[in-house]
Design a protein around this ligand. Structure first.
Ligand SMILES: Nc1ncnc2c1ncn2[C@@H]1O[C@H](COP(=O)(O)OP(=O)(O)O)[C@@H](O)[C@H]1O
Ligand SMILES: [Mg+2]
Length: 264
C-alpha cells in the first residue's frame, strides 16, 4: 500500500513531538477509522525510527510480547518477543487497541512501562532487560461505547500521561483527506457521502444504530466512484448493506435515510 501523508488537522504531530522530546508515552483515544494508525505511521516515518506494531486481541499472549523457549538440536534457547526486541533496539512501539489485552498481558506491559523502563525475563534466565534510550511507546484505545471493548486499568492509563483525542473530522477536512486517496472528480457525490456518514455516526452515537461508518468507508466510496460505479450503487455497498447484520429493521432504517439523501 502506498504511504499517504497524514493530514494533521488537529495538531496531533506537534503534541507527539513534545511528548517524544520529553520521553512521555502517548495514548491516542478515538473510534475506529479516525486516523490513529495513519498518524503514528507518519510520525515514525518523520522521526526516521523503526515502528514495531502489536495489534492486541483477547488472543494476544504474554509469549508474543516476551518470547518463547525453543528447542533446537537438544539446545534450549529463548526466542525473544516483540516487546523485548523493541526495548533492546530502542524502537518506537505501537500498542494498537491495548484495551483488548488480557490482564496477564497488561501486567507484563505495566512492568516494562514504569519509569525504570525495564523488565525481568522470568521466562528464561531472569535477566533484566533495560530499554534503550530511544525506546518510545504509543498506544491506542477505542472509546468504551464500542461493544466488546474493555476499560483500561488506571495504573496502565497512568503510564501514558499524554492523551490525544481523535474524532471524526469536520466535513471539509474529511473531504480533503479523501482527496488524498481519490481523483477528486466526484466531489459533490463525496460530500453527500460524508453527510450520510455523519448522519449515521450521530445516530450511532445516541445508540439509534449499531454501527458507525469511519473514514475507511468514505474513502472506499470515493475509490468505487473512480472505478466507474454510480453513487447510488456505491452507497448501498459501502454504507447500506452492512446494517443487515443487525436485522431487517436496522437495515430498513438506514435504507430510508439513504433514499432521502441519494434518491430511489
Ligand atoms: N488525517 C488523515 N490524513 C490522511 N489519511 C487519513 C487521515 N485520517 C484518516 N486517514 C485514512 O483513513 C483510513 C482509516 O484510518 P486509520 O489510521 O486506519 O484509522 P484507525 O487507526 O483510527 O482505525 C486510512 O486509510 C487512513 O490512512
Ligand atoms: Mg488502526
Amino acid at each position: 500500500m502506498e504511504e499517504i501523508q497524514y493530514l494533521d488537522w488537529n495538531n496531533s504531530i506537534q503534541i507527539l513531538n513534545k511528548a517524544y522530546e520529553t520521553d512521555l508515552f502517548v495514548l491516542i483515544i478515538g473510534p475506529k477509522g479516525t486516523g490513529k494508525t495513519a498518524l503514528v505511521r507518519d510520525f515514525a516515518k518523520n522521526k526516521n525510527v523503526n515502528l514495531v506494531t502489536i495489534n492486541f486481541s483477547l488472543r494476544t499472549r504474554e509469549s508474543h510480547l516476551i518470547g518463547t523457549k525453543t528447542l533446537t538440536d537438544g539446545t534450549v534457547s529463548f526466542d525473544e518477543g516483540v516487546l523485548i526486541k523493541s526495548m533492546r533496539d530502542g524502537d518506537m512501539l505501537y500498542l494498537d487497541e491495548i484495551n483488548a489485552a488480557e490482564a496477564d498481558v497488561l501486567l507484563r506491559l505495566d512492568e516494562a512501562l514504569d519509569d525504570r523502563r525495564q523488565i525481568g525475563l522470568k521466562e528464561s534466565t531472569g535477566e533484566v532487560i533495560k530499554a534503550k534510550e530511544s525506546w518510545f511507546v504509543i498506544a491506542t484505545i477505542n472509546p468504551l461505547t464500542h461493544s466488546g471493548t474493555k476499560e483500561l486499568p488506571p495504573q496502565i492509563l497512568s503510564r501514558f500521561p499524554v492523551r490525544i483525542r481523535l474524532e471524526y473530522p469536520p466535513e471539509n477536512i474529511e473531504l480533503e483527506i479523501i482527496k488524498k486517496y481519490v481523483s477528486g472528480k466526484h466531489e459533490s457525490e463525496i460530500i453527500q457521502a460524508i453527510k450520510l456518514a455523519n448522519t449515521l455516526r450521530q445516530a450511532a452515537a445516541v445508540e439509534e444504530l449499531f454501527y458507525s461508518p469511519s473514514l475507511r468507508e468514505t474513502i472506499a466510496f470515493g475509490k468505487l466512484l473512480d472505478k466507474g460505479m454510480s453513487a447510488k450503487e456505491a452507497v448501498k455497498f459501502v454504507f447500506g448493506n452492512v446494517y443487515t447484520q443487525w436485522g431487517n429493521i436496522e437495515y430498513q432504517k438506514v435504507s430510508d435515510i439513504i433514499t432521502s439523501m441519494f434518491g430511489d
